[in-house]
Design a protein around this ligand. Structure first.
Ligand code: ADP
Length: 163
């Protein structure tokens, strides 16, 4: 069985992430989307909330599992029996960092391959950070995050800003 891991911070999951999840799910028997606890930036949502949102927006894709981990990614992949990491690429700026990570991950876990999926054209501008920035200005989020979570992303930002 081919198992791939799609790691990230998903704070929150965007339509760009969901597109990569669907495309990866079409290529592998199983895709584990993993919220990486160690890649923490300044979070809006805590990790269980991110996992919960990912579960809701992927519930119709049977071969996708949602998990979270604070392990080193290369070790997590080995423990889960995955042979491949999936990364989405939006621009050349993503590529430099991801290329370096791919080499390091293969050094740490020689059986581990990384594949890059190019971002769909209309999502190349999209990131979790830009989504949060737009929520600060109460711009409607439907174009950026899956419909099921748009309201709660706005509500969370409003709560954070004391609105
Ligand atoms: P962000 O950069 O939005 O905070 P993450 O750190 O959670 O996202 O990214 C997880 C993975 O998803 C990375 O491989 C990243 O390159 C990819 N990714 C993020 N946004 C998009 C997008 N709009 N289209 C394609 N891939 C994306």
């Amino acid at each position: 069985m081919s198992v791939a891991i799609y790691p990230g911070s998903f704070d929150p999951v965007t339509k760009g992430h969901l597109d990569i999840i669907k495309r990866a799910a079409a290529q592998f028997d199983k895709v584990i989307v993993c919220v990486m606890v160690n890649s923490e930036k300044n979070g809006l949502f805590d990790h269980p909330e991110r996992v919960d949102m990912l579960r809701r927006v992927t519930r119709d894709i049977p071969n996708v599992e949602i998990d979270s981990s604070n392990e080193l990614l290369a070790h997590y992949a080995k423990r889960r029996g995955a042979t491949c990491l999936v990364k989405g690429l939006r621009a050349m700026s993503d590529f430099e960092k991801e290329f370096q990570m791919a080499i390091i991950n293969r050094k740490l876990n020689p059986g581990l391959e990384t594949i890059f999926l190019p971002s769909r054209q209309n999502y190349t501008y999209l990131s979790s950070s830009i989504t949060k920035e737009l929520a600060m200005y109460q711009v409607p989020l439907d174009a950026f995050v899956p419909a099921e979570i748009a309201e709660e992303v706005q509500a969370k930002m409003d709560e954070r800003l004391g609105r």
